[in-house]
Design a protein around this ligand. Structure first.
Ligand code: ATP
Ligand code: MG
Length: 179
């Protein structure tokens, strides 16, 4: 069953607290219940295995899952910015194709806010794609520091606020919880 023919929503999960990616994954789980076609596109190169990737590899549930692999500028400062830009452009071309294919009901652009924050991707390009996207398509954009113009355009914005995080006490990321 396809999504209703309503206007797709632009949804933003941002802020410094935990829960942005997992909120998007939770929404994907919910949408799966209605047989929606879903794509999850990861804009940050995975440095470690994640539970969601393992699950989707094994079971899938028909979800398109792609790590588009823009490495963070801050992660490998030895790599020239040009290389990051190149990777970002390729990733963005892929994302545009998937959005414009009109095959999907829900697309999660995970960590894309970081790509724009680090100037790997112009905010204008993201706004343009939102304008041109198939009408019924819902798009979720996650990542810290969402651009104000994206926030202004979005229909639904939630800012995760860090109240406490084990990281502050020096605790490492936990398997099954953080990755
Ligand atoms: P999650 O994927 O758990 O929903 P997130 O998408 O909100 O987290 P990101 O900014 O993408 O968080 O960060 C990815 C990793 O950093 C996750 O392992 C997450 O648990 C961890 N993290 C999130 N918030 C904080 C924080 N305030 N301090 C330290 N680490 C954090
Ligand atoms: Mg995240």
């Amino acid at each position: 069953m396809a999504a209703e023919k309503n206007h797709g929503l632009i949804i933003v999960y941002t802020g410094d607290g935990k829960g942005k990616t997992t909120a998007a994954l939770g929404m994907a789980l919910r949408a799966m219940g209605y047989g929606w076609k879903i794509a999850i596109l990861q804009f940050v190169k995975g440095t470690w295995k994640t539970g969601e990737r393992e699950f989707l590899k094994k079971t899938g549930g028909g979800i398109t899952y792609e790590q588009l692999g823009i490495g963070f500028v801050t992660w490998k400062p030895t790599r020239p910015f040009e290389e990051h830009l190149d990777a970002a452009h390729q990733a963005w071309d892929r994302a545009k194709n998937i959005v414009m294919s009109d095959e999907y009901d829900l697309i999660i652009l995970d960590e894309i806010n970081n790509a724009t924050r680090f100037k790997l991707l112009p905010v204008d390009d993201v706004l343009k794609l939102i304008e041109e996207k198939p009408e019924r398509l819902h798009i979720v954009l996650t990542g810290r520091g969402a651009d104000q113009r994206i926030i202004d355009r979005a229909d639904l914005v939630t800012e995760m606020k860090m109240v406490k995080h084990p990281f502050e006490k020096g605790k490492m990321a936990a398997r099954g919880i953080d990755y």
